[in-house]
Design a binder for this molecule. Structure first.
Ligand code: ADP
Ligand code: AMP
Length: 216
């Protein structure tokens, strides 16, 4: 199973990708996570990406296409993958088509997660993750069962992304509308775009996705 999750920052792509991974035994490929890892490691890619990410702009197509092309060749992608945050421009979508054809791989679905802009600032600024295992939470929408303790691993340190502030979110939303939203008609024309209501409860979004993908 090979999927693309399309949606603005805060739509719930990462949250749902984590759940779909278990259902299908496939991996989540988040270009945002990979770029943050490159920034933290101080690699050449990280050095090129850092300021762009801090400003909420998009990193160049050649960098992210190169990262994804290498990543899908890894053995853990054999069963399939969920692309989260890639492609984000028409040039990336076209490069992905070419890449998949060359690798003799087929895309099974593109799922758009629809969320109104008004909800996204709160989603993104309230987001935090466990510093140990990466489990995702939200100040209001998804709190740990025991305050301050990760449900998944029991640790008590959490972190927030540097770009999850109101000012940067505005730039990221603008980048989404200007550069990523044109992918919707692109995939619709190819006949593989499906849409879920990303404003429903987290569990209901998961159910809708599983139904749509045939794992009820
Ligand atoms: P994305 O990966 O699309 O940027 P995330 O999956 O990280 O978005 O979700 C952003 C924040 O919103 C997280 O804190 C998450 O817990 C919360 N969230 C995700 N889906 C929903 C939902 N359906 N309803 C309410 N909050 C949600
Ligand atoms: P995300 O984790 O998906 O919210 O991405 C965080 C940031 O990483 C974005 O605001 C961009 O600066 C950068 N980024 C992630 N994926 C891409 C991509 N496919 N193309 C360009 N920039 C990206």
């Amino acid at each position: 199973m090979r999927l693309i999750l399309l949606g603005p920052p805060g739509a719930g792509k990462g949250t749902q990708a984590q759940r779909l991974m278990d259902a299908y035994n496939i991996v989540q490929l988040s270009t945002g996570d990979m770029l943050r890892a490159a920034v933290a490691a101080g690699t050449e890619v990280g050095l090129r990406a850092r300021a762009v990410m801090e400003a909420g702009d998009l990193v160049s197509d050649d960098i992210v296409v190169g990262i994804i092309s290498d990543r899908v060749d890894e053995p853990d992608c054999k069963n399939g993958f969920i692309l989260d945050g890639f492609p984000r421009t028409l040039a990336q979508a076209e490069a992905l088509e070419l890449m998949l054809t060359e690798k003799k791989l087929r895309l099974d679905a593109v799922i758009e997660m629809q969320v109104d802009d008004g909800l996204l600032i709160d989603r993104v600024t309230g987001r935090y993750t466990c510093a140990n295992c990466g489990a995702g939470y939200h100040d209001k929408n998804l709190k740990p069962k025991v305050d301050g303790v990760c449900d998944n691993c029991g640790r008590t340190e959490f972190s927030r992304r540097a770009d999850d502030n109101a000012e940067t979110v505005a730039s990221r939303l603008q980048a989404y509308h200007e550069q990523t939203a044109p992918l919707l008609p692109f995939y619709r024309a190819k006949g593989n775009l499906q849409t879920v209501d990303g404003m429903a409860d987290i569990d209901d979004v998961t159910k809708a996705m599983r139904t749509l993908l045939g794992v009820g």
